[in-house]
Design a protein around this ligand. Structure first.
Ligand code: ADP
Ligand code: MG
Length: 293
């Protein structure tokens, strides 16, 4: 499976939301990482074929989305950022409803719904009203509906927002199982959520792809640029002006400040040690703002 996003742009009246986005994706899990407003949802809506690009094309195994038409949509599973559920439906009824919309073969409909309820661990709750579901349950139901047509390309827009720690672990396991023969693209602005899920990270900034690497390689881009300084209170302002600060811990006598930047601190000025970078540092480096804000 090869999915090419070929020079996709999307302009709204006075705003370029996606700006000549180019990337080639193969089976695996891709994390689309960018702050709010960077264009993730706009790009995903185009990929899901619920919105049209202003220019550019999408190619699956060399064939254009426009030529593939309905065949393209058969390849896609999509969980929107704010998926709407009918609160009075129960889980099972909702899946049958979506199956009908997607034109799932009546002969396999029941076995498919059963299989997916089991897969996302909602078997016990199949008759419960969705209005009573937790965030994690809704999210798993969202994934189940997206899988009804056996998609080869699964698009998940901010799937980890609002999950509690247990739900996060469940979600990670679910995605790991799915990624064998699919292109899975999930977006997030929460750095820590992407760290263990995605093999490849796509960093999106102001509509553009600014970095595409494995987690290891992307960490390498800031290796040697992350330090912890030991400073006194009176040096804090100067440090804040000179460096991007990712975290700060105050102790009795001094402050430990974790910084990232191209400038190496001067040994004469500060006591410091070099740190092993994490993805939060990467985010700070690229976006000049701390993550999870
Ligand atoms: N329908 C729309 N009309 C006008 N501007 C839009 C529309 N949808 C999104 N935008 C703008 O496009 C930019 C990217 O938005 P979005 O794709 O939602 O980003 P993200 O999902 O990364 O938060 C934002 O500046 C947003 O305000
Ligand atoms: Mg969004």
């Amino acid at each position: 499976m090869e999915l090419i996003i070929d020079n996709i742009s999307k302009e709204f009246k006075d705003k370029v939301a996606v700006d000549k986005f180019n990337v080639t994706l193969n089976s695996g899990v891709y994390g689309l990482l960018g702050p709010n407003g960077s264009g993730k949802t706009t790009l995903m809506r185009i990929l899901a074929d619920v919105s049209n690009a202003s220019s550019g094309d999408i190619l699956v195994n060399g064939q254009s989305k426009n030529k593939l038409g309905a065949k393209y949509r058969d390849l896609i599973g999509y969980v929107p950022q704010n998926i709407g559920f009918y609160k009075n439906f129960n889980a099972e009824k909702f899946l049958y409803y979506v199956a009908a919309l997607k034109g799932v073969d009546k002969n396999i409909e029941k076995s498919k719904v059963d299989e997916l309820l089991k897969f996302v661990n909602l078997e016990q709750d199949r008759k419960r009203k969705i209005g009573k579901f937790s965030g994690g349950m809704k999210q798993r139901l969202g994934i189940a509906q997206a899988l009804l047509n056996d998609p080869k390309i699964l698009i998940l827009d901010e799937p980890t927002a609002g999950l509690d720690p247990n739900e996060r672990i469940r979600f990670k396991n679910l995605i790991a199982q799915l990624s064998k023969d699919k292109v899975v693209i999930l977006s997030t602005h929460i750095v820590s959520d992407i760290e263990f899920i995605a093999n490849e990270i796509l960093v999106m900034k102001e509509g553009r792809l600014v970095e595409k690497s494995s987690l290891e390689d992307i960490l390498d881009t800031v290796r040697g640029k992350v330090y912890t300084l030991s400073i006194s209170e009176r040096d804090l302002e100067e440090v804040q002006n000179k460096f991007k600060i990712s975290s700060m811990i105050r102790t009795n006598n001094d402050i430990s400040v974790r910084i990232v930047g191209d400038k190496k601190p001067s040994e004469k000025e500060f006591k410091y040690i070099e740190e092993e970078p994490n993805l939060e540092d990467v985010f700070l480096y690229y976006f000049n703002e701390s993550a999870n804000k």
